[in-house]
Design a protein around this ligand. Structure first.
Ligand code: FPP
Length: 297
């Protein structure tokens, strides 16, 4: 069990060598993880489910240490889906508590490591105490730039896309947009992931080969890597294997990225849309500040 608790960040000679070698090839800028298998892992060790999630969250801390060493700039993790609200109240409460505790515990470390945290999902579905910690974490790390960490929490892709379209419909109703402005770039810009770079590599652990309503819009040129390792068992070697798989599929992924032109334009060449998007960003920021302030008082 110690190997799972071990928070040692120093890598061995062979691990460093492997990283050096992998860095000779193309490195995914943005990697997403479906962190699956915490409960099965806990069962294997006769532990309860929340202990499985605890070890799972420790693995995420390690991922955040390994990724910058490899040259990965953005990490998105699926921590809690809207579907997960259907789990037992005890388990849901335990995950909420763990999430709050980890965000508070890691606050200092996030700053030291220059990590910018963004929680993507329907934040209104979260209890007040979780909203407060989320708003705090996002606001206090917003100027960090070494690594972007997006935590999908109360997230589902279909809800995200629906929300994006609702935002646009409201814009049309309020005469901020016209219907002709609606295109895939605008839908993209109204998603929770609007500031993210394209997802280059998506990794799912535990042997399941499903997307479970995760980033469905964002992955037209993404390389998918599935491993049978349960999330708490995921090691640097699994991560390097995933990156190596990406490198072997790089030419095809690059061609697809060019095909879908997945480079985010700084402006859309449409002043009306640019103004709408700037307002949307401001509204989202104001909402976070209010979430933080209202809950404090
Ligand atoms: C998937 O395994 C895991 C989850 C649904 C929860 C993951 C949550 C965390 C790791 C805590 C989040 C904390 C932070 C700081 C982001 P599973 O429960 O579906 O396991 P199974 O597939 O074996 O049933």
């Amino acid at each position: 069990m110690n190997q799972y608790k071990n928070n040692e960040t120093k890598l061995s000679f062979f691990e460093n060598l492997a990283i050096k070698i992998i860095k000779q090839g193309p490195i995914p800028k943005h990697i997403a993880f479906i962190m699956d298998g915490n409960r099965r892992w806990a069962t294997n060790f006769n532990l309860n489910k929340s202990e499985g999630h605890e070890f799972g969250s420790e693995k995420l801390s390690k991922i955040l240490k390994w990724c910058p060493k490899i040259g990965i700039k953005e990490v998105t993790v699926y921590a809690f889906s809207i579907e997960n609200f259907k789990r037992s109240q005890d388990e849901v409460n335990a995950i909420m508590k763990l999430f709050i505790r980890k965000l508070l515990e890691k606050e200092q470390e996030l700053h030291e490591k220059g990590i910018k945290v963004k929680v993507i999902g329907n934040l209104d579905m979260l209890p007040n105490d979780v909203q407060k910690v989320v708003a705090d974490a996002m606001l206090s790390t917003k100027d960090n730039s070494k690594l972007n960490l997006n935590i999908a929490f109360a997230y589902s892709s279909r809800e995200e896309i629906t929300n994006s379209i609702k935002t646009i419909v409201e814009g049309v109703e309020n005469n901020e947009l016209i219907l002709e402005d609606l295109d895939n770039v605008l839908i993209d810009e109204c998603l929770y992931t609007n500031q993210s770079s394209p997802v280059d590599l998506l990794v799912r652990t535990s042997g399941e080969m499903r997307f479970s309503d995760f980033l469905l819009w964002q992955v037209p040129s993404t390389v998918f890597y599935f491993t049978t390792s349960l999330w708490p068992d995921f090691t640097l070697w699994h991560l390097l294997a995933a990156v190596f798989y990406y490198q072997r599929n790089y030419t095809q992924a690059k061609a697809l990225k060019e095909h879908y032109n997945q480079t985010r334009p700084a402006i859309t060449n449409n002043p009306r849309v640019d103004k709408f998007l700037a307002n949307l960003e401001e509204k989202r920021c104001t909402k976070l500040v209010e979430m933080n302030r209202l809950i404090k008082s």
